[in-house]
Design a protein. Structure first.
Lengths: 198, 362
């Protein structure tokens, strides 16, 4: 039986670790990369290296950023009084398009989902609590309106409420089961206006 | 509502069939395997786009065809409607109402059917999950919100169980469990409250003598059986607090609507273990007729009633009791293996079914 080179197999194994890529497509991709012109293949490798070297996570809000702290955290026009908590960086980007909002973000890096083995310690929750100083007056929880997002919101509100800070939940103006990332800005701004006390 | 005219193509063992139905009682009679139950099933498909026996679409397509199509003229609230349900192997189900493509939920909203037959025996004889299913399937027909709540409850429950298994804090999921679970319990309690009295009455009609009790027994007991949302929510919250430790040890959820029961008793004893087969069948029939009445009330129309082989277990008195009840029901389609009861034949249109085709209409 034909056996491919060890390095090609290694590449396929690594590609298969990426989300949404099965072993078959990983093998196909590895073969494709092997056939690419050298220049193109090296460019891919270099870009991966560049992203990893230059782009990181803001150590304050955990947004993706080329600087640390990120542009949002250092932007003086943004009020430090309001922190909006989201699951992923993409959610922050969607909310940032809404002009009504001029506060700062905190990215949890996921949501509570025991089925996927994700508990509170796997999210940036301790870091959020550390950020809640005297200048913070309101925390808006904008996790997704699905089971896991709601559970995360419940968990956070129980942690934050004893700190005598206003905790609000983004209103259910969003279609049920939807992801923030895909909601349009009109819906998002309406949801922000209609947020409710926990 | 009534089905006035029915056309069937490529459905199970049925030949191409066209029939004009009576607005009151219709009898399909013929030997076992002749196709009379399939005919009933096709009418259910026409009304609700699914099988009352839970069959898959691909299994309802005739072996000689790759498509089934059931269409008909119906009268709903004095208005003529045209409806068709078709399915092609490997494709999607296509529903049209008055020539316009429609979703199954629109079919639920416009038409209404209730069936009773051998496939329902599990409601009395089966496990509690079959009785929960019995409540939920009709609640879902009345409101699509009930179905989405059940789905959400199931998701929350899986997450909570996973948290318990992994030693994570299940508490954030409890709040959601209470929110959706409370609504499910309130709706089930209302449903059972509505059918309990009716079922007891119908049981007297089809099995005179003994008493039939239907009672909702949620896993969270609510004081005084007062199922107003706030009381249910409080009771649920308290119960979850009291079982928290046990849940941690057993690593699974111990309280909530997923453990509800519908208690069915004949003369105060569990119907499942103490009733005779005839009594259990009568209990199922009484429950279904009660659902029929409740649907009629809530939907403000007579559902189409489909009865498969319900006379089989009834003696003459009970058969006559049931036939007398037809007078107050809307359109009924029923099957029987033998010659139809004489008392019934006088007031009904009878269709003799042989080898998948309608031989004679009287
Ligand atoms: Zn930042």
């Amino acid at each position: 039986m034909f056996k491919s080179a060890a390095s090609v197999e290694r590449l396929a194994t690594q590609l298969a670790r990426l989300p949404g890529i099965g072993r078959k497509s990983a093998a196909r991709l590895a073969m494709h990369i092997l056939k690419l012109p050298d220049e193109q293949a090296f460019q891919l490798a270099d870009t991966i290296r560049e992203v990893k070297e230059k782009v990181g996570f803001c150590s304050v809000c955990f947004n993706i950023s080329e600087s640390d702290p990120c542009d949002v955290c250092t932007d003086q026009r943004r009020s430090p009084a309001t922190i909006i908590v989201v699951e992923e960086a993409a959610d922050a980007a969607a909310l940032d398009k809404v002009e009504e909002f001029s506060g700062r973000f905190h990215i949890l890096g996921g949501r509570l989902s025991p089925l996927d083995g994700i508990g509170p310690d796997d999210l940036h929750i301790k870091e959020l609590l550390n950020r809640i100083t005297d200048e913070v007056t309101e925390v808006i929880i904008a996790t997704n309106p699905n089971v896991e997002g709601e559970a995360t919101a419940v968990y956070l509100s129980k942690l934050i409420r004893p700190l005598a800070i206003k905790v609000t939940r983004i209103a259910r103006g969003l279609p049920v089961g939807s992801d923030l990332e895909y909601a349009d800005s009109v819906t998002l701004s309406r949801a922000l206006e209609g947020r409710q006390d926990f | 509502m009534t089905i006035d005219h029915l056309t069937i193509h490529g459905f199970r063992n049925l030949q191409a069939i066209e029939l004009v139905a009576d607005p009151s009682t219709n009898i399909f009679y013929g030997a076992n395997g002749s196709g009379k139950t399939n005919l009933l099933e096709s009418i259910f498909v026409l009304c609700l786009a699914r099988s009352q026996r839970g069959a898959k679409d691909k299994d309802m397509v005739s072996t000689h065809s790759d498509t089934y199509r059931v269409s008909g003229h119906a009268t709903v609230h004095d208005r003529q409607r045209e409806v068709a349900v078709a399915y092609q192997q490997g494709g999607r189900k296509k529903i049209t109402i008055d020539g316009v493509t429609a979703r199954a939920s629109e079919l639920f909203a416009n038409f209404c059917a209730v069936s009773a037959g051998p496939e329902d025996s599990g409601i009395v004889s089966g496990s509690p999950s079959e009785r929960r299913g019995f409540m939920d399937i009709y609640l879902s027909q009345l409101s699509s919100r009930h179905l989405s709540r059940l789905t959400e409850y199931q998701q929350v429950l899986s997450q909570k169980n996973a948290a318990l298994r992994d030693g994570l804090d299940p508490d954030p999921f409890n709040e959601l469990l209470i929110a959706t679970g409370t609504q499910i319990m309130v709706e089930r309690a209302e449903f059972v409250g509505q059918i309990a009295v009716l079922a007891a009455e119908y049981y007297q009609t089809v099995a005179a003598g003994r008493s039939f009790t239907v009672r909702y027994a949620p896993s969270v007991s609510v004081p005084e059986e007062d199922y107003s949302p706030q009381l249910v929510e409080d009771a649920f919250r308290q119960r979850l607090a009291s079982v928290a430790q046990r849940e941690e040890i057993l690593q699974s959820s111990q309280a909530g609507p997923h453990r509800d029961e519908l208690v069915l008793e004949i003369d105060g004893l569990p119907a499942r273990t103490c009733g005779s087969q005839g009594e259990r069948r009568s209990a199922v029939l009484a429950l279904k007729l009660a659902v029929y009445e409740m649907m009629k009330h809530r939907r403000e129309m007579d559902p189409v009633l489909l009865l498969d082989e319900v006379f089989a277990e009834l003696d003459e008195n009970r058969t006559n009791g049931l036939i007398d009840a037809f007078g107050s029901l809307g359109q009924v389609f029923l099957t029987t293996a033998g010659q139809p009861p004489a008392r019934l034949e006088q007031h009904a249109r009878a269709f003799r079914i042989t080898e998948g085709t309608v031989l004679k209409a009287t």
